[in-house]
Design a protein around this ligand. Structure first.
Ligand code: PLP
Length: 391
């Protein structure tokens, strides 16, 4: 494994849910596609274009392979947000309006906001699928909703805040009985847990390179090959009329290839580091809570709360020491309350003090020890100065 040790003055990076550092082997493949194999994949009348077109097809194969899908069903996009939009556009174009959508309350904003916009516009009739305090899906509620009539069921493969992993096989068998399609946002799960798109019967699956040690700005929508996604369903980078983003596509393909080969080795080690950090923090910070499903969460996820202590106080104290997050990347900048924690109906004090820690394959044991010290010191200091703890 390449040495990713950061210079001493840089904070320890523990925000792998937001994005991941690019694997140097992926970067090397991207660089090669930019500098050496720079051809236009649409200009196949000469060797440069031919090689570029072949690189795109090789990448398509690797993307499909990671999630056990068919290469013909891989449509490159600029990331998961665009893949989600493309999936919705296809579902809307192939069903009568309003499209009946069942959506978990903890989906990423990239999907949730889009669906709510369509609902306001009258194109979608929306049913919410509730979760419990561990963010686990209520399968009985899903079954009931499906019996009432649904065209599209949207359940993410794993949650980007609390890491809870969803039972896609069970979801699909319920959705299939109702004749519904299924949209699985696998942005956080792909390359971390095994996913078998074909045998699970997933209609739309989305992935993004920058969550799996690849470059930003490239992802894919993966569908069964018989589903015809056409450019007029939305913009399709790489398969539309424009020049394909060959270097990005190569980066996505290489990232997928490496995840397929190394996930089984990396993930248990990451889970051990997470467990160590969790224990060290619980041993040193009074009243600390862990959120999410303790039995079924992503190996790199540690979502904790220092009850009643505003999370931005702790994040600010840690600014130069540890990079972690108060929640989903998009909502942390705006400091809005997490819709995921609200959907889990966690007590106010737990929501206020929530911190999302994300470990990845470049996290070292030394970083875990240091981070435990820094986070617990910052948490205890914040507790001492917090109103809740002074009463
Ligand atoms: N879905 C989930 C679960 C995510 O975590 C993210 C990114 O944070 C997205 C979708 C959006 O992905 P992208 O950044 O590739 O548009």
């Amino acid at each position: 494994m390449p040495n990713m040790q950061q210079p001493a003055e840089r904070p320890i990076y523990l925000d792998y849910h937001a994005t991941t550092p690019v694997d140097p082997r992926v970067a090397a493949a991207v660089l090669d596609a930019m500098i050496t194999e720079f051809g236009n994949a649409n200009s196949v009348e000469h060797l440069y274009g031919e090689v570029a077109a072949r690189l795109v097809e090789d990448a398509r194969f690797e993307v499909a392979n990671l999630v056990s899908a068919e290469p013909e069903g891989v449509h490159f996009t600029s990331g998961s947000t665009e893949a989600i939009q493309l999936a919705l556009a296809h579902a809307l174009a192939t069903h009568k309006r309003p499209l009946r959508v069942a959506l978990t309350t903890v989906e990423h904003r990239a999907l949730l906001d889009r669906v709510v916009d369509h609902e306001r516009g009258g194109d979608i009739a929306l049913s919410w699928l509730p979760v419990d305090q561990f963010a686990r899906l209520d399968l009985d509620a899903l079954e009931k909703t499906c019996q009432e009539g649904v065209d599209l069921v949207c359940v993410m493969a794993a949650n980007n805040e609390v890491g809870t992993i969803y039972p896609i096989e069970a979801v699909n068998s319920i959705a299939a009985k109702a004749g519904a399609s299924i949209l699985v946002d696998a942005t956080q799960a792909a390359g971390r847990i095994p996913l078998d798109a074909l045998s699970l019967g997933i209609t739309y699956l989305t992935i993004s390179a920058h969550k799996i040690y690849g470059p930003k700005g490239i992802g894919a929508l993966i569908v069964p090959p018989e589903l015809h996604i056409r450019p007029d369903h939305g913009r399709i980078a790489g398969t539309g009329d424009g020049t394909p983003n060959v270097s990005g596509i190569v980066g996505l393909g290489e990232a997928c290839r490496l995840r397929r080969l190394e996930m089984d080795f990396d993930e248990p080690r990451i889970a051990n580091q997470r467990n160590t950090l969790e224990k060290l923090l619980h041993d040193s910070v009074e009243c600390l809570a862990t959120n999410g499903d303790p039995k079924n969460r992503l190996s790199g996820n540690l979502h904790i709360s220092v009850p009643g202590v505003p999370n931005d106080v702790i994040v600010t104290k840690l600014r130069h020491l540890v990079a972690l997050s108060t929640g989903a990347a998009c909502s942390s900048g705006a400091q809005t309350r997490s819709h995921v924690l609200m959907a889990m109906r966690l007590p106010e004090a737990i929501q206020v003090g929530a911190l999302r820690i994300g470990l990845g394959k470049f996290t070292t044991d030394e970083e875990i020890d240091l981070a435990a010290t820094y986070i617990s010191q910052a948490s205890r200091a914040a507790q001492r100065s917090s109103d809740v703890w002074r009463q």
